[in-house]
Design a protein around this ligand. Structure first.
Ligand SMILES: *Cc1c(COP(=O)(O)O)cnc(C)c1O
Length: 413
């Protein structure tokens, strides 16, 4: 496999100095099997996608069946049952009037579409000047140019590009009365130019697995309504059970105007994302004027294989085992990671749903730790200052104990 390696430009990677990646031969359940025969328990579910584990037979069969019928058709002027069925099911699962599903193929693109929907919502209503966004310190919404502008500007990954795109308002999350008042002041001054606020509800994922409680979301809803600004929840990470509820918006009782979904949408099998708009947003586009239409249409949007996979994944969520599983995993993570509290440099150990986090006072050596974890038989890729676990929701107690044991052992050494 190393034969083609010089031709592949890898993600987030200094190609000159990086260790070579681990060559994968196959996957099964919660395991990644390497070409040299080693088998690693996946502690992060391939960037939070493989919620039912790998190669789940129900999802695999759905994809094979769809592959025989129609692997792909363009979505302009054509449609298909897997997309209709998936859209109807997502609308039924999401709270309130989040009923209008626009499909794309990646998380970043769905955030771009949500931002575009928000901008055009105001234009279509004849209100000018709503051209900017308000987002939050610690946030992450993607790597494309527009999504970079609503990520935490200090976070480092995108700081090279400061000034390339128009700046947005970035505020601290309203965690208490003082920060709520500060946010209110920003909205009082700048509300007239803000199209929408964007937030990852409950957990800011890539920004460092930072948790906040549902009261923060209730404050955002209240402020969005008071200042007539749209509210976008980016549930690309939190969606599909990860925080203990199917969606943070449904569990928190706070309904946004637009929600974005991706990552676990297809159970970790195929790329697919969605920006789901409320009736209020959709109605601003409902017109006899062709110019009021949403002018967007990714080539592979609503890919039938991906929609079939997502429908199969939703079948598994509907079967319901995920909910007690998340509670069980939460207990295993809390118990298993607790010994990390006493390690030098550790500032916090926290869990929420099927997320376990060990935070350090400084950035960790990502590739060195990855190699040491792999030597322990686990696949864990830390991020910034955090070593975290977000295992597949089907992981058994024994495998979970191997994961947490490896974290404790490696971080101790
Ligand atoms: C991963 C992620 C994205 C970006 O999704 P891609 O599919 O990598 O483009 C956006 N928002 C959140 C919250 C994410 O976790």
């Amino acid at each position: 496999m190393a034969q083609g390696a010089p031709h592949v430009w890898r993600p987030y990677c200094q190609m000159k100095t990086a260790r070579p990646p681990l060559p994968v031969a196959r996957t099964e359940g919660v395991r990644i099997v390497l070409e040299d025969g080693r088998s690693l328990i996946d502690g992060i579910a391939s960037w939070w996608t493989a919620c039912h584990g790998y190669n789940h037979p129900h999802i695999r069969q759905a994809i094979v069946r769809q592959l025989e019928a129609a692997p792909h058709v363009m979505f302009g002027g054509l449609a298909h049952a897997p997309a209709y069925r998936l859209a109807a099911r997502l609308a039924a699962m999401l709270p309130g009037e989040l009923d209008h599903v626009f499909f794309a193929e990646s998380g970043s693109v769905s955030v771009e579409i949500a931002m575009k929907m928000a901008l055009q919502y105001w234009i279509n209503r004849g209100i000018r000047g709503r051209t900017r966004f308000l987002s939050f310190a610690g946030g992450y919404h993607g790597d494309t140019l527009a999504t970079m502008t609503v990520c935490d500007p200090e976070e480092g990954m995108h700081s090279l590009f400061a000034g390339v795109m128009p700046g947005q308002h970035i505020a601290p999350l309203p965690r208490d009365a003082a920060s709520e008042a500060a946010l209110e002041a920003v909205l009082e001054r700048h509300g007239g130019e803000i199209a929408a606020m964007l937030v990852e509800p409950r957990v800011q994922g890539a920004g460092g697995m930072l948790f906040h409680d549902d009261a923060v979301l209730a404050r955002l809803r209240r402020l969005a309504d008071a200042h007539d600004v749209l509210l976008i929840f980016d549930e690309i990470f939190t969606g599909f059970g990860r925080t203990g509820d199917l969606f943070a918006c449904q569990g928190s009782g706070v309904t946004p105007d637009i929600v974005t979904l991706s990552k676990a949408l297809t159970g970790g099998t195929l790329p697919l994302s969605a920006a789901v708009a409320s009736r209020k947003v959709f109605e601003a586009f409902w017109s006899d004027d062709p110019g009021a239409a949403l002018m967007h249409g990714p080539t592979y949007m609503a890919n039938p294989l991906a929609c079939a996979a997502a429908n199969a994944s939703l079948d598994l969520f509907e079967a319901g085992a995920w909910k007690p599983d998340v509670a069980r995993i939460n207990r295993g993570l809390a118990e298993g990671l607790a010994p990390c509290r006493d390690l030098p440099g550790v500032t916090d150990v926290r869990t929420l749903g099927a997320i376990g986090v060990v935070e350090f006072d400084a950035p960790v050596d990502v590739s060195g730790l990855c190699a040491r974890f792999a030597a322990e038989g686990v696949w864990i890729r830390p991020m910034g200052k955090v070593v975290y676990l977000t295992p597949p929701l089907v992981i058994g107690d024994d495998d979970l104990a191997i994961l947490t044991g490896a974290v404790v052992r490696v971080l101790k050494a």
